[in-house]
Design a binder for this molecule. Structure first.
Ligand code: PGA
Length: 253
């Protein structure tokens, strides 16, 4: 876990053209160069990864938005972790709720995670409850999801993973979760990680927050929510907003 804050841009199914992808990554890189306290990762759609990777300039690390649980063979439409590494990506998102909504189970997320680790990618594993009930049953759901998604990896890999806590109800929403609640839940996430990997390993795992992060709430989410960084959807392809967001995070420290 570094003292720099991490901001990961999840471009989702954007932008529509390669020319625009080049513009976004260029602007992101120019801004990232000004920053000392922020580590920036961009996760474009697979097809744009090679154009976004720069061997000369690694200011912004590149990740994919998922990887196949399979390594090779008859799996039409899939992209393997090794292929993603070969074109220069170093991170991958795994288990995003939009992928889970399309039918991915914890078991499949856990296989994607293993495939990513085997190929040498740093996985950013998304977890989060769909709804919050007043009596706190969502904590049990969250715990199960984390245990089932992470439980199969070796303890030594705890230092190679990043967790993104993303309450599903906040993704694509107008408002993010309240920073005080983010703090409470991120502690819970670390506690579950401690059950899996032991307290010493768990304390070193970076936990990000994602869901309706924007330039106005980013700094407070990190400061009051005490998370190690942010996973940003919509705002990561809005160039004006993303530049402001990155600068807001830079100025926290
Ligand atoms: P959002 O998405 O920032 O657009 O809410 C976050 C995510 O899906 O990772």
């Amino acid at each position: 876990m570094s003292t720099r804050k991490m901001v990961v841009g999840n471009w989702k199914l954007n932008p529509a053209t390669l020319a625009e992808a080049r513009r976004i990554i260029k602007r992101t890189r120019l801004t990232a160069k000004e920053l000392k306290n922020v580590e920036v990762v961009a996760c474009p759609p697979f097809v744009f990864i090679p154009a976004c990777v720069s061997k000369r300039d690694t200011t912004v690390a590149i990740g994919s938005q998922t990887v196949s649980p399979e390594t090779e063979g008859p799996h039409t439409g899939e992209v393997s972790a090794r292929q993603v590494v070969d074109v220069g990506a170093t991170y991958t998102i795994v288990g995003h709720s939009e992928e889970r909504q399309r039918g991915d189970t914890d078991e499949r997320v856990s296989r994607r995670l293993s495939a990513a680790l085997d190929a040498g990618l740093t996985p950013i594993i998304c977890v989060g409850e769909k709804v919050r009930d007043e009596n706190g049953a969502y904590l049990e759901t969250l715990k199960e999801q984390i245990k089932n998604s992470l439980g199969n990896i070796a303890k030594k890999h705890s230092r190679d993973i990043i967790i993104a806590y993303e309450p599903v109800w906040a993704i694509g929403a107008k408002d993010a979760m309240q920073p005080a609640d983010i703090y409470e839940t991120s502690i819970f996430v670390k506690k579950v990680c401690a059950d899996i990997f032991g307290p010493e390993s768990a304390i070193k795992i970076s936990v990000l927050y994602g869901g309706a992060v924007n330039p106005l709430n980013a700094a407070d989410i990190i400061k009051t929510g005490k998370v190690d960084g942010l996973l940003v959807g919509r705002e990561s392809v809005n160039m004006v907003g993303f530049v402001e967001l990155l600068r807001a995070v830079e100025d926290i420290i």
